[in-house]
Design a protein around this ligand. Structure first.
Ligand code: BLA
Length: 233
């Protein structure tokens, strides 16, 4: 599950001038023989982004994950791209979240950057789960049009690939907006928000408990601090 989407994402990044970087500190790969589980991470250097990371976890029919976060440079106040896809094979359960994660909750900002996502939310009704978020605050770094699906095999294999493709395309479209009549958030403020995003996410992300179970607490702490959310510490 998710290998085709990973491939699609890689091609899209390459098409936009991305090149692969070395994942530092030995965090590129971790295998748990005892738990029969494997995690791989990638880091990309992409024009107009300061960081683009991707994680693929393969724990067989217990869990499959594709997770990616892309942070535009501090010179741009574009939303952060956030993708978290989970497939629990034994339970045949999909949890999929895709969002343009807003730096601020502001109408003018939404009007500027969220037209595309709004259309996708209307079009893909299955990604309209109004299931409440339990862990995260929906008003902090999530948009009102977050694509959120708690579904099954049909959503995972038939609908998600179409949503994913349209979502990535729509995110890129934001880079072509003209700069007129809009007061950008200052770079120094964008930086502050990116730091807060990492801190907030490191605190809330349920990945830590999951990784500790698979790869041990020490590795998991390091992975959270150094790879997933480096600005959190
Ligand atoms: C939920 N994310 C989850 C859950 C897990 C992970 C285990 C709970 C799933 C369930 O309902 O049973 C797992 N998160 C991971 C893993 C990684 C990770 C393995 O980051 C590995 C890197 N999470 C993000 C990003 C977004 C996000 C970028 O990392 C935004 C698009 C959202 N994940 C998100 C949300 C939920 C979730 C909104 C539901 C949590 C809730 O109910 O509040």
């Amino acid at each position: 599950m998710f290998d085709d989407l990973l491939q699609e994402l890689n091609i899209s990044i390459l098409d936009h001038g991305g090149s692969e970087l070395i994942v530092p500190n030995d965090l590129q790969e971790c295998v748990s023989e005892t738990r029969n589980c494997h995690i791989r991470s990638w880091l990309w250097n992409v024009p107009k982004f300061r960081r683009w990371r991707v994680t693929r976890l393969d724990a067989g029919d217990r869990l499959q994950v594709l997770n990616s976060v892309a942070y535009p440079t501090y010179q741009s106040d574009l939303p952060i791209l956030g993708v978290d896809l989970l497939w629990f094979g034994k339970k045949q359960k999909l949890v999929a979240i895709l969002d343009f994660q807003p730096l601020i909750q502001d109408q003018e900002y939404f009007d500027r950057y969220f037209e595309g996502l709004k259309h996708l939310k209307e079009y893909f009704q299955d990604f309209n789960s109004d299931t409440n978020m339990n862990l995260y605050d929906p008003n902090k770094y999530f948009s009102p049009w977050v694509l959120f699906c708690k579904g099954g095999i049909n959503e995972a294999t038939n609908i998600l690939p179409r949503v994913f493709k349209a979502f990535i395309k729509s995110y890129w479209d934001n880079f072509n907006l003209s700069k007129t009549h809009y007061k950008q958030i200052e770079p120094v403020q964008v930086k502050r928000i990116h730091i807060d995003y990492d801190k907030y996410s490191a605190e809330k992300d349920p990945a830590h408990g999951l990784f500790s179970g698979f790869f041990g607490k020490e590795w998991s702490d390091k992975y959270m601090k150094e790879f997933l959310f480096p600005l959190s510490s």
